[in-house]
Every structure is written in structure tokens, then in C-alpha cells.
Design a protein around this ligand. Structure first.
Ligand code: GLU
Ligand code: MG
Length: 437
């Protein structure tokens, strides 16, 4: 069979869905130069595919500007065309960046971090997901048998990642039945978020080609272990040298990384509606789920909002390149540009205000007394999306980072999503998210 090669120019919208328009591959150069038209209201499509409210109505035009460095081609066998897509930022018709574009927002945060502090972020997104192609029966946590059952799927995923600008590092059967994890090496700035978008879509594409489904919903059932997206990050100077590790300081955090982390912890309640972006995200963010329930910093603690990761402790190793921390209160309903953007803008706020962390928790913050938590600045994270959206709406810093139009469009999109869940109980809500993530 013969095919016309088609490339989809894609954006990742507020609902963290990747949507776009296709054109014959031979026209790529033209569209890289001229862009592909899009209505602003396209961003207001909820993750469920329906538009409820929009500030822009049927009016206005934008351009999706494909970034040639992000082109992806996933080979899916001889008898079907490769899946090809390219990631875009959104510009106005005059070529200036659209202020409500998630990818531009991350870029602006990174530019400010570089201009004000000479720093950038090196980050890796770890993704957990469920794959329908293996037994749903229990007993296979981390099991070789689970890896065996998935057949060629993960091998193809790793191959496609490395062919498309990724650097796969680790793949594993995870704890829950049908759960797997794939990790990509860290990349600087925008590329880290681009890699996250590509990884999710590559995993989904290859699962579909096997007649199966890969699902990144934050939870698959009530009271079950969730699918997290953990963001490992460290700071680099703009010449690439690491600036996160200071062995003489407490817990090894350099002054720069401490300020950055302190900003994230201080503002986490206000921006968490972007990293745990669905109503069912808060089913995952509960105590004793190996996710995060408080805005705490923990050392080697998988229930801390930010975990200081372990370091190989062998003589002669230069640890400064490996030292990193991990933000755990995210899942795939959060748009990767908004997730990393929130961390960058909040971290920048921490640096600007010379913030320091008030302590590293040992054990579950829920076991501390109220006054001890208060002394450490530790608070329970929001327990629902409406609560998180309210904290976002009333946050002066978030309004300043995003600007009025972008913030109110995001809030409207998420409240539209909530309207579509009206009257549904938790299992029914999960079912809706599972269907589209
Ligand atoms: N599945 C857990 C989560 O929801 C994380 C388990 C782990 O530490 O890898 O984040
Ligand atoms: Mg994991």
C-alpha cells in the first residue's frame, strides 16, 4: 500500500491533550515558515473534547509555529504509515508570542531565570501509566513476568524515543497490575517539557498499534495506587555547569537550589491546579500513596512533595552532576509546559525573595503536631480541584507570572471540565479521565 506522509502540527492545550492539524510532509518547510492557523478557542476545548465556556468565542486567529527540533516520526510497521507530528508554540498573526500559550509561558520563565540569575533548569519527567496488554490480575508488581507479558511494546517505545530526540533511561513494571514506568534522561529547559509531550504520545501511539491502550490517568480506581509524573530537576549555570550541590551545606542543597525549592514549596498550593490538574488528581495526592499530601521537602522520602534524591556515595565521584531533587505532586493531566513553567516561575520567586527552606521532614508530616507543621510552613495540599483553582485565582504571584488573560482562560477551562463532571461519582469521573488520558 502507498501512503502520503502526513505531519500533524500540534499544541498541548490547557487540558493537557495534544491536538493539531495535518499537512503533507513535503510541505513542512512552508508551515515552519508561515505557521498553521488556529482559533484561540481551540485552547478552551476541555480534556473531554467539549467546549463549555470560552473568552474568545468564534473570534480571532493564531498561528501554530512548528519547532523543527521537535519533529517526531514513530514507525508503526510496514502496512501502516508512520505517525508524524511536530510540536508548536502559538504566535499572534503578526508573529509575536501569544501571551496565553503554555509553551511560550515556560520559555518566558526560563528567560527570566537566565536574565536575572544566570541559571537554567535541567529536568527529567518520569512517567507512570497503565498498559492494557498485560494481565490485570494481581501479584506481578515489578515482576519480570509482567515485563515478559508486554512483549515488544516497551522495546518499540524505547526505540522510538531514542529515534526522536529522547534518551530513554529506565523502563520497569511498576507496583499496580498493568502499571509501567518509562523515564527519559534530563534535558535543559524547554526540551525537557517537549520530551514529556513526545514520550506520552509515543507510548500511546505504540500501544494503539498493538491494539491496546496506554493510560496516563492519575488514578485508575478509587483507593488505588496512582500514575504519577515525577519531575527530577537541578539548576545549571548558562554555560552548562551544575550549581545545585553544596556538600558543606545542610542536605547538600546549594544556596541557589535552596531558594528555588523554597519558592516552589511556598507557592505550591497556589499553582498545584496546573500540576495536579484534574479532579481525580486529588484522589492520588493522599497520605500513604507514595505521592504527596503536604508541601514538604523530604530527604529520600517518596511521600514528600519535593524529594532530595539519593547520591552514590563512593570516593572520587564528582557528585555535583548527579545531585537533583524530585517534584512528586504532578500527573499527566498537567500540561508539561505548565508543570515545568509553574516550577520555574515559583522557583524564580523564591530566588528573587531570597527564600530559605524551613526544614527537611523526617517521616509523615501528618504525624507532626499542628504547631510543628506551622513552624515548618507545612500545610496539607488542596484536596480537590475546585479548592486548588480558588487558591490559584486568589494568588497575587500566579496572576503576576501568568498575566490576567492567560490565568482567567486557564481557570475557565478547568471550571468547564468540572462542569462536565457534575453529578458523576468518583468511579464515573475516573472512567471519563481514563477514556481520554
Ligand atoms: N505511583 C506513585 C505515584 O503515584 C509513585 C511510586 C514511585 O515512587 O515510583 O506517584
Ligand atoms: Mg515509579
Amino acid at each position: 500500500m502507498e501512503f502520503t506522509d502526513v505531519i500533524l502540527a500540534c499544541i498541548t492545550d490547557y487540558g493537557s491533550r495534544v491536538r493539531g492539524k495535518g499537512f503533507p510532509a513535503e510541505d513542512l518547510r512552508k508551515y515552519v515558515d508561515e505557521g498553521v492557523g488556529l482559533a484561540p478557542t481551540n485552547l478552551m476545548i476541555t480534556c473531554f473534547g467539549e467546549i463549555v465556556d470560552t473568552p474568545w468565542g468564534p473570534r480571532g486567529d493564531l498561528l501554530m509555529m512548528p519547532d523543527p527540533a521537535t519533529a517526531v516520526a514513530v514507525e508503526l510497521g510496514e502496512d501502516r504509515p508512520a505517525e508524524r507530528f511536530i510540536l508548536c508554540s502559538l504566535d499572534r498573526m503578526d508573529g509575536t508570542p501569544w501571551p496565553c500559550c503554555p509553551r511560550h509561558w515556560l520559555r518566558r520563565g526560563l528567560e527570566a531565570l537566565e536574565a536575572e540569575f544566570g541559571l537554567t533548569v535541567n529536568a527529567a519527567f518520569e512517567h507512570e501509566f497503565h498498559y492494557s496488554g498485560v494481565s490485570a490480575g494481581g501479584g506481578n508488581a515489578y515482576a519480570l513476568d509482567s515485563f515478559r507479558q508486554q512483549g515488544a511494546f516497551l522495546h518499540e517505545v524505547l526505540h522510538a524515543l531514542s529515534r526522536n530526540g529522547g534518551v530513554p533511561e529506565m523502563v520497569m513494571p511498576e507496583y499496580a497490575p498493568q502499571q509501567f514506568e518509562v523515564t527519559n534522561a534530563a534535558a535543559i529547559g524547554l526540551e525537557a517539557a517537549d520530551r514529556a509531550v513526545k514520550l506520552r504520545e509515543i507510548v500511546r501511539a505504540i500501544a494503539r498499534a498493538h491494539g491496546e491502550k496506554a493510560t496516563f490517568a492519575p488514578v485508575m480506581a478509587a483507593n488505588a495506587v496512582g500514575n504519577g509524573v515525577h519531575i527530577h530537576f537541578s539548576l545549571r549555570r548558562c554555560d552548562g555547569t551544575p550549581v545545585s550541590y553544596a556538600p558543606e551545606r545542610e542536605h547538600g542543597l546549594s544556596r541557589e537550589l535552596e531558594g528555588f525549592v523554597a519558592g516552589i514549596l511556598a507557592h505550591m498550593h497556589e499553582f498545584i491546579a496546573m500540576t495536579a490538574a484534574s479532579n481525580i488528581s486529588y484522589e492520588r495526592l493522599q497520605p500513604n500513596r507514595w505521592s504527596a499530601a503536604y508541601n514538604n521537602l523530604g530527604s529520600q522520602d517518596r511521600e514528600a512533595a519535593i524529594r532530595i534524591c539519593p547520591l552514590l556515595d563512593r570516593p572520587g565521584l564528582d557528585l555535583s552532576w548527579n545531585f537533583n531533587v524530585e517534584y512528586r505532586a504532578a500527573d499527566a493531566t498537567g500540561n508539561p509546559y505548565l508543570v515545568l513553567g509553574a516550577l520555574v516561575w515559583a522557583g524564580l520567586e523564591g530566588l528573587r525573595t531570597k527564600s530559605t527552606v524551613s526544614g527537611v521532614t523526617q517521616g509523615d508530616p501528618g504525624d507532626l503536631s499542628e504547631s510543628e507543621r506551622e513552624r515548618l510552613g507545612i500545610r496539607r495540599l488542596p484536596t480537590s480541584l475546585p479548592e486548588a483553582l480558588h487558591l490559584m485565582e486568589t494568588s497575587e504571584p500566579v496572576r503576576r507570572w501568568m498575566g490576567e488573560e492567560f490565568l482567567s482562560a486557564y481557570l475557565m477551562n478547568k471550571r468547564s471540565e468540572l462542569k462536565l463532571l457534575d453529578g458523576l461519582d468518583l468511579p464515573e469521573q475516573i472512567e471519563r479521565y481514563v477514556a481520554c488520558f
